[in-house]
Design a protein. Structure first.
Length: 633
């Protein structure tokens, strides 16, 4: 006999909210119903363990899906514990009362492999996002009678006695009519159902089966025919739940490439199970090449998130820090506090604990690679080293102690990458600073005139080629009490006292020439002086304290800096021991008016050496031509 009942007012409101607001994607309905079927199977399995019931094993349980395109229905059927009349009334008539949470709390310690996915009892109602009518047929284990619960949500639900030939539950969804915005027919495609199971429920530990039509070659013929066969849609046992000893490198590689749409094997695999205050499995990968969109705004960091094998989120951003954003992978934990839709996580202590431990795990892996496999680490560094440097810069140096020993820079002496520690250990006794120079490439930096004096002393120079490098060192400030010194900025203080006196004397002797050059260049330079950093080169540009030349280029290239025209203070330095300086002295004595042209040429020459664009290339060319003609007369 049928009973017509109304949803309680609160339940009706919550149902409307469920259908219209809680879930972001309608396709979630299948995940929720399959998860409930898994819960029901777990409950029966647990009951069998508690009461020593023979004849019930997990191997005999499955979840069966079927599609009827003509009737426009989807059916989800399990052989779990089932529900009687009162339980249908209690759990489906009152929203958020599925009993899963109570069951979860009642689990006795020592019973393994019983995972309850549903915690709030609202997942069932996600069915109404795609269906305008839902039928639930259920028979409780150990009882003779089966009952049906039917609702179209408009005026409540009815419960009546029905027929079901096995214990468990069968849910039939009558899909809504298509609209301009929604195509509900897509859920009648066997391939779409298979895709959704793979995406959300691949690791439910019961086989999820469905009859599928496949094309097969006829025996003794080249023709094909359509054949209907029952196919298991899910993998059941996640790779990360298996013992590491039983997993081959090829299996890890295949999983990574399939899961994260990469064509190359990962460079590094980190597979861990952590137990304690928080329990979780993690499977992390360092890619062997930089993803195509890695440095674009389209790239999203984050790890895939599972709860008890059920897919929750594709990009859990909080699980991996920004400086390790290149890491791909997943985390599966039963200790997460999910929100009502299971699409997001509440920000809680468990999430923070997992994130902290994952960061430490990645840190250890990189440190181990650097120590034991330098070639592999250099390969990693060329791909993702910039991200480590950005980590120091964006944290304003707060991550200095954590990341500084992961840094690599190209060494002028070693002709290879070295760590800061290796630089300091190789420093000469009289060396006070860590010297560096910046430029577009190692080859171009190596030719900078300003490097000569440092090289002449036998001191090593770190060659910086990434835009972030100088900003990173600025945030580091020092390393093991050694400060960083730009060879093209400020006074290097490399000369002896005798050399200083000699330079001061020459500066005094030729003050009128230096003043004339400064006057000719005007505000293009803040100073013209004789240099102690030049050996074979006649001239160079250095910057005053503050913004360096490389910083100027980087800052002016930023979109937000357009129109600001950041400029480093330019100092023109001239080698007093070069023949060119003697020529300048002669010109100043014989034809002082020509100093202006020479000053312009010297400045443009120094600008080109530093990689700047000169203001008047045509004028520069004409002056050179004119001087060449004069020299030939």
């Amino acid at each position: 006999m049928s009973e017509k009942k109304q949803f309680k007012t609160e339940s009706k409101r919550l149902l409307d909210l469920m259908i219209n607001s809680i879930y972001t994607h309608k396709e979630i309905f299948l995940r929720e119903l399959v998860s409930n079927a898994s819960d029901a199977s777990d409950k029966l399995y647990y009951k069998a363990l508690q009461e020593n019931i023979n004849g019930i094993s997990r191997e005999d349980m499955d979840i069966f899906l079927s599609i009827d395109k003509e009737k426009r229905t989807i059916t989800i059927e399990d052989h779990g514990i089932g529900m009687d009349h009162d339980e249908l009334e209690e759990r489906l008539g009152t929203i958020a009362n599925s009993g899963s949470n109570e069951f979860k709390n009642a689990l006795e310690k020592g019973v393994d492999n019983v995972d309850i996915i549903g915690q709030f009892g609202v997942g069932f109602y996600s069915a109404f996002m795609v269906a305008d009518k839902v039928e639930v047929f259920s028979k409780k284990y150990g009882e003779d009678k089966a009952y049906a619960w039917v609702s179209d949500t408009s005026d409540g639900y009815e419960i009546f006695e029905s027929g079901l030939d096995h214990h468990g539950t069968k849910i039939v969804l009558h899909l809504k009519d298509n609209t301009e915005e929604e195509n509900y027919d897509e859920y009648l495609s066997q391939y779409e159902i298979e895709r959704l199971i793979k995406k959300y429920s691949d690791y439910i530990h019961y086989p999820i089966k469905m009859e599928m039509t496949v094309s097969k070659k006829k025996e003794d013929s080249d023709e094909y025919e359509d054949v209907t066969e029952v196919k298991v849609l899910n993998s059941q046992v996640p790779l990360w739940k298996r013992n590491k000893k039983d997993i081959t490198e090829e299996e890890y590689n295949d999983f990574y490439k399939s899961k994260f749409n990469d064509f190359t094997d990962p460079q590094r695999v980190m597979h861990n199970r952590v137990e304690g205050n928080i329990t979780y499995d993690s499977l992390l990968f360092i890619p062997s090449q930089v993803p195509m969109n890695y440095f674009s705004s389209e790239y999203e960091k984050g790890l895939q998130l599972y709860s008890r094998g059920v897919f929750i989120m594709d990009k859990a951003k909080d699980l991996v820090p920004e400086h390790f954003r290149f890491v791909r992978g997943l985390v599966d934990s039963q200790d997460l506090n999910l929100n009502i839709s299971r699409e997001m996580l509440q920000h809680d202590r468990s999430m923070k604990l997992i994130a902290d431990r994952i960061e430490k795990r990645i840190q250890r892996e990189l440190e181990d690679m650097l120590k034991k496999d330098r070639e592999e680490y250099v390969k990693f560094w060329k791909n993702f080293g910039m991200q480590i440097k950005f980590g120091i810069y964006h944290s304003y140096g707060m991550l200095k102690d954590k990341l500084q020993d992961l840094l690599l820079f190209y060494s002028a002496n070693k002709k290879d990458y070295i760590t800061l520690n290796e630089y300091v250990e190789a420093m000469k006794e009289d060396q006070k600073d860590i010297y560096f120079a910046s430029g577009e490439t190692v080859e171009k930096i190596d030719m900078l005139p300003a490097c000569e004096a440092v090289k002449d002393k036998g001191f090593d120079i770190l060659y910086l080629t990434d835009n972030v490098d100088e900003f990173c060192l600025q945030m580091l400030r020092d390393y093991k009490e050694k400060t960083f010194k730009n060879v093209t900025q400020g006074d290097l203080n490399l000369e002896s006292e005798e050399e200083k006196k000699e330079l001061e004397q020459k500066t005094t002797d030729h003050k009128d020439l230096l003043d004339a050059i400064k006057e000719a260049l005007g505000d293009k330079v803040v100073e013209v002086r004789l240099s102690s950093r030049l050996k074979s080169h006649p001239v160079c540009l250095t910057s005053s304290e503050g913004v360096s030349f490389e910083m100027e280029k980087v800052l002016n290239a930023m979109p937000e800096a357009q129109g600001q025209n950041v400029k480093a203070g330019r100092i023109l330095e001239i080698n007093p021991n070069h023949d060119l300086f003697n020529a300048l002295v002669n010109v100043n004595e014989k034809n002082a008016d020509k100093v202006k042209d020479y000053a312009s040429l010297l400045f443009d020459e120094a600008m080109l050496i530093e990689g700047f664009t000169i203001e008047d290339p045509v004028g520069f060319s004409n002056k050179i031509t004119s001087l060449m003609i004069e020299a030939s007369k």
